[in-house]
Write a protein that binds this ligand. Sequence first.
Ligand code: NAD
Length: 261
Amino acid sequence: MALTGKVAVVTGSNSGIGLGVARTLAMRGAKVVINSFTDRAEDHDLARELAAEAGSEVAYIRADMSKGDDCRALIARAAERFGRVDILVNNAGIQHVERIEDFPVERWDAIIAINLTSAFHTTAAALPGMRAAGWGRIVNVASAHGLTASPFKSAYVAAKHGVVGFSKVTALEVAGEGITCNAVCPGYVLTPLVEAQIPDQMKAHGMDRDTVIREVMLARQPSKQFATTEQIGGTVAFLCSEDAAQITGTTISVDGGWTAL
Ligand code: NAD
């Protein structure tokens, strides 16, 4: 599943799943753009470390995925830097856990913008180049919450269901042009995003950390194990391979059996 010479952009990739995906793609030979909304020395250091580890080219480009212009500029700058964009992984995402009546409007808007609308902007910006090249891979990191729901996660569940629907539409609009679009639906992966939910879940359920992990977070994950960022990276790399050329407009769950329940 070599991706030598391909150019990949992974949004929200200085941490967690995005970083795992960027590392996997770089290790398989792709030139990779990693991204977040910050512009710290450590972001650029991370790109240098990944490049050295993978023996590939990796660049960090700052862009705020809550802003449409930034999303589109990310694709333009990546194409300027590496010549084109072959692989787009829409991964940036945030979470907020609160019942609907108390859910802050600002959090709702931010979740919809970052988790859903950013994929529209980056996809719109990337498709002309992919169509011209006759090859492209778009992988949207949705969630088990793109297929099922949980209480207190209204904006996240709405956004992730939206991402699954948007992936299908994208796939249909480019079918037959060498471009595929799919959504990966992870169950729980232990990343900073999930770590940050643990205190809220402890509060909401009145449980200690270990109990909330076992009884609440992994309650619906029959394997009782978190998925790893490497496993999500491997799944994305597979979808980018030629073996997956006829897999489009669908979802792949990496959820330890969650959505089989
Ligand atoms: P994380 O918090 O570790 O990483 C999120 C990434 O998004 C970070 O790199 C962060 O800098 C970036 N980001 C946040 N706001 C941004 C913005 N405005 N502009 C650009 N980048 C921004 O979280 P994670 O768990 O790695 O989540 C990554 C994706 O995977 C998200 O879309 C999340 O919904 C999804 N997901 C995670 C899990 C899980 O259990 N961790 C499960 C299913 C789906």
